[in-house]
Design a binder for this molecule. Structure first.
Ligand code: GRG
Length: 304
């Protein structure tokens, strides 16, 4: 038995994943609480900043771990350490991404970013500690050691220079490059920056079960790209008052986004096409994959 951030006890083993939106909401309520349980005896600003950064996200990646696991016979309680791990890495990446030396953002999830609420040193350390915590979580998986090791190595790769960090570095380099990125380059960059973690999350279940992760990898590759396109669309549509300005700002900075390259309608059409591809990749699972199909539709219809 664990507890949610709102203090309510919650047993993930009896958790029924249907329907998708309820399941996602429950996931976002209890996964941060389960992670916080790991370091509940720690106090001080860095531990407080870690708890703060874990709160308020959608926990889509944790949900993908659960569902991918369920499709391969892994009950929620048993995939929980992997769900916690991916949310730790995600929270760390957002804290660091918001720093003045990166995106320099003051607001995340409607609240002040960690370096604004505390300071930069606390934000760097909270991110670092969350990254370590992710691997501590994976050590709690009760599965054959070679399967767990596959997950450890694949998460390290997905988060590292071949994945998220490499994509972030390419993104930063693109800001000062002479020419704006092409569609192919931005697709590759985003596959690393945001796609790699999403892909790991979807494949964690079959990897843990020692099964073939190909179908879920194909699903996640399409989903990850759709997610990023939707993010670019949200950037320009999220706030009607600033939408035009945002597009202009990106254009002035010579920054390519899926919207600047494809146009708003083109980006929407591409996102829908990718969701259809993601759904088709789930064919081997038949009706059992309905929640993951809903997750794919959610990614392009979400408003945050
Ligand atoms: C700093 C090493 C390092 C990497 C940062 C992932 C990333 C790389 C930066 C995030 C920048 C960003 C906001 C990209 C858009 C896509 C994205 C990851 C959005 C946030 O993910 P959600 O929507 O967030 O799942 P919540 O708040 O729901 O957890």
């Amino acid at each position: 038995m664990g507890y949610r951030l709102d203090g309510q006890p919650f047993d993930p083993i009896g958790f029924d994943p249907h329907p998708f939106d309820e399941a996602l909401e429950i996931t976002s309520l209890f996964v941060p609480g389960w992670i916080a349980e790991q370091f509940k005896n720690q106090d001080g600003p860095v531990a407080d900043a870690m708890r703060y950064a874990l709160d308020g996200g959608k926990c889509l990646r944790a949900y993908l771990v659960y569902e991918g696991g369920r499709l391969h016979g892994i009950p929620h309680g048993k995939s929980l350490p992997a769900a916690k791990a991916i949310e730790c890495i995600h929270a760390y990446s957002l804290i660091h991404d918001d720093l003045p030396c990166m995106d320099d953002d003051g607001i995340r999830r409607g609240k002040p970013t960690v370096h604004k609420k505390w300071d930069e040193a606390t934000a760097v350390l909270a991110g670092d500690a969350l990254q370590s915590l992710a691997f501590e979580c994976l050590g709690q998986l009760k599965y054959p050691a070679d399967h767990v090791m596959d997950l450890v190595v694949s998460l390290a790769k997905a988060a590292g220079i071949a994945g998220m960090v490499g994509g972030q570095a390419a993104d930063i380099a693109a800001e000062t490059a002479k020419a704006a990125l092409t569609l192919e380059q931005i697709t590759d960059l985003q596959a690393r920056k945001t796609g790699a973690l999403i892909s790991w999350a979807a494949q964690a279940g079959p990897i843990l079960a020692g099964d073939d992760p190909t179908a879920l990898r194909q699903y996640a590759q399409a989903l990850g790209l759709a997610f990023q396109i939707a993010d670019d669309i949200l950037d320009v549509e999220g706030d009607a008052a600033t939408a035009g300005k945002r597009l202009q700002k990106d254009a002035d900075a010579g920054k390519a986004t899926f919207v600047s390259l494809l146009g708003l309608q083109g980006a929407k059409a591409r996102a829908l096409e990718l969701v259809e591809q993601a759904e088709a990749a789930l064919d081997p699972y038949g009706d059992n994959a309905a929640p993951l199909k809903e997750a794919a539709r959610f990614v392009i219809s979400r408003d945050k």
